[in-house]
Design a protein around this ligand. Structure first.
Ligand code: MF3
Ligand code: CO
Length: 250
């Protein structure tokens, strides 16, 4: 499938889809506390999305049963929320969520501390978030796609963390997942040229230990193989001739 270049009308729709998602994320972030269940976070996120008149794009995606992926501690991504999964002081919790506004998809993820967490866990969260910003410094027309991947890898590798290789970022638009794939680790080639009007979901997933992951028997939850903590940070961005627009941040 070819990489889509959005028209100015489509960019407006992407902006609005992403703006609404940024609000959903901000509101979900406010209810994170010891004692809340991952199922309650999902239900709240879904209600916020539907109250905007939007559709949760994760729900029923390849059979995924919820609107928000809630991944705790060694869970990397695609954790399935449950009313009996109570988050505890000291946990780190990744929320990954998206929505559809007038046919246009948005996608973003953040990792939150629950109460007091260890210095090491906080550093993992901070480095994962910063790696997104290091990557998108390269995300402008005229540069190449894998310049983003290489910048993320160069930054994260200094900390000795494992960059997840089995899952990658992606183009986004009238589908949640479009071409191209956006790896978060070093590539030997520079990849395709970036063009204004491309919209990409850039989403480093970083393990404190080794990069290897495995899938649980629920067929969704991805965990670090060595049991180490994992963090995720994702925004939908727009490529322009200058700095990229981070559409899912206000
Ligand atoms: N947020 C994931 C991504 O960034 C997609 C989750 S699909 C779901 O690609 F089915 F798990 F919801
Ligand atoms: Co994504």
């Amino acid at each position: 499938m070819a990489v889509s270049i959005k028209s100015s009308r489509e960019i407006e729709l992407m902006r609005e889809s992403c703006r609404l998602l940024s609000i959903v994320h901000e509101e979900m972030g406010k209810i994170i506390r010891p004692g809340i269940s991952t199922g309650e976070i999902d239900a709240y996120g879904e209600k916020l999305i539907r109250d905007f008149g939007c559709i949760p794009n994760f729900k029923n995606y390849n059979g995924y049963p919820a609107s928000v992926c809630v991944s705790v501690n060694d869970e990397v991504v695609h954790g399935i929320p449950a009313m009996d999964h109570i988050i505890q002081e000291g946990d780190i919790v990744s929320l990954d969520c998206g929505l559809i506004y007038k046919g246009y998809h948005s996608d973003a993820a953040r990792t939150y501390p629950v109460g007091q967490i260890s210095k090491e866990a906080q550093q993992l969260i901070d480095v994962t978030k910063q790696s997104f910003f290091e990557g998108i410094k390269m995300a402008k027309a005229g540069n190449h796609l894998y310049d983003i991947s290489n910048a993320i890898d160069a930054y994260v590798s200094q900390f000795g963390y494992g960059i997840v290789r089995d899952l990658v970022g992606h183009g986004i638009g009238t589908s949640l997942h479009e071409d191209p794939q956006v790896p978060n680790f070093r590539q030997k080639r520079r990849g395709m040229k970036l063009l204004p009007g491309m919209t990409l979901a850039v989403e480093p997933m970083i393990n404190m230990g080794r990069a290897d992951v495995e899938w649980l028997d629920d067929d969704w939850t991805v965990v670090s193989e060595d049991g180490s903590l994992s963090a995720h940070y994702e925004n939908t961005i727009l490529i322009t001739d200058g700095e990229p627009e981070i559409l899912t941040l206000r």
